[in-house]
Design a binder for this molecule. Structure first.
Ligand SMILES: C[S@@+](CC[C@H](N)C(=O)[O-])C[C@H]1O[C@@H](n2cnc3c(N)ncnc32)[C@H](O)[C@@H]1O
Length: 550
């Protein structure tokens, strides 16, 4: 066994598992399984199965998840860089399946970084509805933002906030909430040596207090009839069944539902929660890690309900240790339910997106520019139509007049993109433009990393499209496209940021444009990033520096 398990952990697992203990310990002799999940925002599950460069074996609890051989290095393939799949531990795919997200839902992923489950939720939403994805850690939120962009998510807001602050803006708002809780990480010891080393720091006691507080807060953000999925990657009953029983005692309006694919998992161990409870009352637990702060006894009735939660065991399935509880609010869900507006904040100093991955400066929402753009829009300048309703090019606006960011976007989208783009939901943060799936008033006072889909930036009267725009486009939405085969050296050259030599005939252009200009570079038909074609058969590489193949 290469991993050094903490002796206290081993002793407790022996006490809890009894006869099963040896088989549990034997699982540490096996390598963890590698998995990938197809990003159905970019490619259908069926198409990916046909063109996968790796041998795939289905993961029973996730229709888009597959076991792969880690030696095939799925993280070093052009498809990975084009966001066609997310590399994810197989058990970690189960909580989002339990959430049963439908297109159009309003979903919160509260503890989301680096974004494995958020990208899965976004795929289930299929661009309809809203995902608010958040993490308390500023550093980890950067990885979250990158993954959301890589996966081509258009309808997400990314926050870096504490749950109680989010709750002030989103009371009774969400249909579905995922709490992939910070935990002592025991289920990851086989995969992550560091989790084993850090175990004592992330003590079971500290984590269970944090989980209790988080669950209390999220309950206030759920719409009537909504669903909370609580998951951990630990075995400790204090953080699993007992955390849920504490919640149920305080929230009799919730009940526990068996999750989807429960037949592949094992039931929650309510008897362990009873045992912990007795030990707490007697002042002696196996771990001496008792959640004493604010301790209140838990009822047997609530503990009994946790038999409907599930555990994923590394010795009983091909994946790491996980725990899932599905908590359903018992009101009948009303599809026409409209959440109340949040309170108005007169002045907000926290409202700013962080530095953009592609080195965009921190900016506040540019109210002045927005008002100017709105005025222009009212005068018909940004609608792309003249008085008779005929489409016109915004570039007809006299050159002497400075174009607003919205006008520049209109000009760019009319010239370079197909389809109706309009200005609805567009928010400007200084030079940066985003299309937000949510009204700005909801975001007031919050630390916003991305208020929506990053479209690009406006400087010196010019709109420069962002990488996130390209990553989320379907090829037919761009007027110029260049397809590269994943097997070609050109694909790797592009991902390395190199300039490509491409004759004009290879650029697929719509009838109304020449080959010169922004080109959506695709890998086997899926968008990967921008290039800029110039005369002399040169494709200037716009793939962002921090994302490149190394
Ligand atoms: C288990 S990890 C999340 C993994 C993530 N859901 C995924 O699938 O990629 C738990 C996360 O919770 C975050 N966290 C810790 N305390 C938090 C809190 N009070 N509110 C929100 N997030 C928190 C941590 O920074 C960490 O990223």
């Amino acid at each position: 066994m290469s991993v050094q398990l903490p002796p206290q952990f081993v002793q407790r697992m022996q006490d809890l598992l009894g006869d099963e203990f040896q088989s549990f310990m034997d699982s540490y002799e096996q390598s963890p399984r590698a998995g990938l999940r197809v990003n159905t925002l970019k490619i259908s599950n069926e198409q990916f199965q046909k063109q996968s460069p790796f041998e795939l074996r289905s993961i029973p609890w996730c229709p888009t998840g597959y076991y792969v051989d880690a030696a095939a290095r799925p993280g070093k393939h052009p498809y990975y860089y084009a966001g066609l799949y997310y590399i994810q531990e197989p058990s970690a795919m189960s909580p989002v399946e339990a959430l049963e997200v439908q297109p159009g839902d309003r979903v919160l992923d509260l503890c989301a970084a680096p974004g494995g489950k958020s990208t899965q939720i976004a795929a289930a939403l299929q661009g309809q509805g809203l995902l608010v994805t958040n993490d308390l850690s500023a550093e980890r939120t950067r990885a979250l933002a990158k993954n959301m962009e890589l996966y081509g998510v258009r309808n997400a807001v990314i926050l870096n906030e504490s749950p109680d602050v989010i709750a002030t803006r989103f009371a009774g708002f969400f249909d579905k909430i995922l709490v992939d809780a910070p935990c002592s990480g025991e289920g990851m010891f086989r995969k992550d040596d560091d989790a084993a080393r850090q175990w004592l720091n992330h003590s079971v006691e500290r984590c269970s207090i944090m989980q209790r507080d988080i669950l209390q807060t999220v309950a206030t953000m759920l719409a009537p009839g909504g669903r909370i999925v609580y998951s951990t990657c630990t075995f400790a009953p204090e953080e699993n069944e007992r955390s849920i029983a504490v919640f149920l005692d305080q929230h009799p309006e919730f009940s526990v539902t068996l999750p989807a694919y429960a037949e592949h998992f094992r039931p929650g161990r309510s008897e362990w929660a009873s045992q912990v409870e007795q030990e707490i009352q007697q002042g002696a637990t196996v771990l001496s890690a008792i959640p004493t702060e604010g301790y209140t006894p838990v009822s047997e009735k609530s503990i009994a309900q946790t038999a409907q939660t599930v555990r994923l065991w590394p010795h009983l399935l091909e994946g790491e240790g996980h725990y899932i509880a599905v908590l359903d609010h018992q009101a009948v869900r009303d599809r026409n339910y409209v959440p109340a507006e949040p309170p108005v904040i007169a002045h907000s100093h926290k409202e700013r997106p962080q530095r953009h991955t592609a080195s965009r400066p921190d900016q506040r929402i540019d109210k002045k520019a927005e008002r100017r753009a709105e005025r222009d829009a009212r005068k018909g300048r940004t609608e792309g139509r003249d008085k008779s309703g005929r489409q016109h090019s915004v570039s007809r606006i006299p050159a002497t007049e400075e174009l607003s960011p919205l006008q520049l976007w209109q000009e760019f989208s009319a010239k370079e993109l197909n389809g109706e783009w309009g200005t609805q939901g567009i928010i400007t943060f200084g030079h940066n433009l985003y299309r937000s799936p949510i009204g700005e008033s909801r975001l007031q006072g919050l630390k916003v990393i991305r208020p929506g889909w990053y479209l690009g930036s406006c400087k010196n009267g010019r709109f420069t499209p962002g990488h996130a725009l390209a990553a989320a486009l379907i090829p037919a939405e761009a007027k110029r496209r260049l397809n590269l085969s994943a097997d070609s050296p050109e694909a790797i050259s592009y991902l390395k940021g190199e300039t490509l030599s491409v004759p004009a005939e290879r650029i697929q252009c719509d009838e109304d444009v020449s080959s010169r200009g922004y080109v959506l570079v695709c890998i086997d038909g899926c968008s990967a990033g921008w290039g800029k074609w110039q005369q002399g058969d040169t494709l200037k590489n716009e793939y962002p520096a921090g994302w490149r193949w190394i």
